[in-house]
Design a protein around this ligand. Sequence first.
Ligand SMILES: *[C@@H]1O[C@H](CO)[C@@H](O)[C@H](O)[C@H]1NC(C)=O
Ligand SMILES: *[C@@H]1O[C@H](CO)[C@@H](O)[C@H](O)[C@H]1NC(C)=O
Ligand SMILES: *[C@@H]1O[C@H](CO)[C@@H](O)[C@H](O)[C@H]1NC(C)=O
Ligand SMILES: *[C@@H]1O[C@H](CO)[C@@H](O)[C@H](O)[C@H]1NC(C)=O
Length: 425
Amino acid sequence: MRPTSVASFLVPLVSWLSGDSSSRHNELQTTNDPSVLQFELRHLHAVSSSTAHVIFADVSPQALKTLSSDTSGSTKSSYSVRSRLGKTYRPSSFAAHERARLRSLRFGENEWLDWDEEEIIGPDVESRETLLELAKMTNNAYVDPNDPAWYDLGDGWNASYPFGWEPDADGFRGHVFATPDNSTVIISIKGTSAGLFGGGGPTAKRDKLNDNLLFSCCCARIDWTWTTVCGCYRGGWKCDQTCLEDALASESLFYPIGTNLYNNLTYMYPHSNIWMVGHSLGGALSSLVGVTFGLPTVTFESPGERLAATRLHLPSPPSTHHVTHIYHTADPIAMGTCNGVLSSCALGGYAMETACHLGKSIIYDTVSNASWTVDIRTHGIVNVIERLLSDPWPPSVEVGREVPEAKADVDCVECFSWEFGDFPA
Ligand SMILES: *[C@@H]1O[C@H](CO)[C@@H](O)[C@H](O)[C@H]1NC(C)=O
Ligand SMILES: *[C@@H]1O[C@H](CO)[C@@H](O)[C@H](O)[C@H]1NC(C)=O
Ligand SMILES: *[C@@H]1O[C@H](CO)[C@@H](O)[C@H](O)[C@H]1NC(C)=O
Ligand SMILES: *[C@@H]1O[C@H](CO)[C@@H](O)[C@H](O)[C@H]1NC(C)=O
């Protein structure tokens, strides 16, 4: 660990060790507790639709001023997040990680990868206010970047980038927040949800293809009326595994977009402790990046990404418990029940069939405990903010907690009716 990052984590650590638990229920905004970190919006990020490069735009002081004058609370310029110490596993380098991954993907060979265990400061996922603030950070309603000066780090800080962010574009985009001293930086990734609910922009088609490769059982084969997104379906319930992985390797930009985003950001913030947060597919991407680089990660309503990690041949760290998923039982996307010919996902051209998550999950049983009906409209982040996290959750409060207990998806099964194997065409 670098000296600066040691210093930057010691302060919250000391306060965490001497933490006064009685203050936990106070409004986070009003506390002087040093384990509560203040984040402000710094940049917007997006994926250029022409080059698939990650591009950034600085948030101007003017835009921040506009945000802080918004009293409705729906957009704001500063976020308070409670932190705590946790354990994470990092590969010795991204190059070593990528080498091991590609060797496994291309040649089926396992290469030993060293993981360094580290104690780092992450978000306190047992604090409801903290989850609420993080959820707000994955919302996209902060800034309308009218003519922002986008820059592309890959192209040497090109400040006159003419395209990339289009208000209706459907690709990944989001925000970068930092503490005033830059010791902790949060990358938030908004999902590609526009296509999921109608609409969809120029990149929607490619995103849909990638999503269906990663989050469906077999190339989005729903029934005979569907055109599959890859040719690996072999009739009956058979799917050719090698074909599936080849299709992913050649088509999917999903994972590389996340690793580029992270690598580009570490170039701007080389000494910072970086966290990932994301909603929906942005959450799934956050988790894959978090597992790759050992980053504290919180996702909201992410579809199951465990199968995607396997298909992408991500090397497995000794533990992925630094990743926490937050979702509820009425959301068919996070639960992996958005399948079948007549489901809302299928009608939108998506096959979201995976159900198993990496790391730990905090699952709100909104169906049993709040009488919610399973409905794709409960998937949105605004719903999560306003109806799930804004008020205390009675079933947790009853047992002396703020949020449901985080648990690993140990007995999770998905795509169980499919047979994957060697079925040459
Ligand atoms: C940023 O990401 C791009 C790909 O989008 C990559 O080509 C470039 O090398 C990265 N730049 C830095 C400084 O990491
Ligand atoms: C910035 O990008 C634009 C469009 O891609 C290009 O025309 C221009 O030459 C680039 N500028 C620099 C300094 O690279
Ligand atoms: C934090 O990073 C920004 C770049 O986004 C830089 O302008 C600023 O000077 C840094 N602040 C500190 C205290 O290092
Ligand atoms: C919440 O639902 C569970 C079953 O899923 C039940 O055991 C529990 O009593 C419920 N709690 C409340 C407060 O409704």
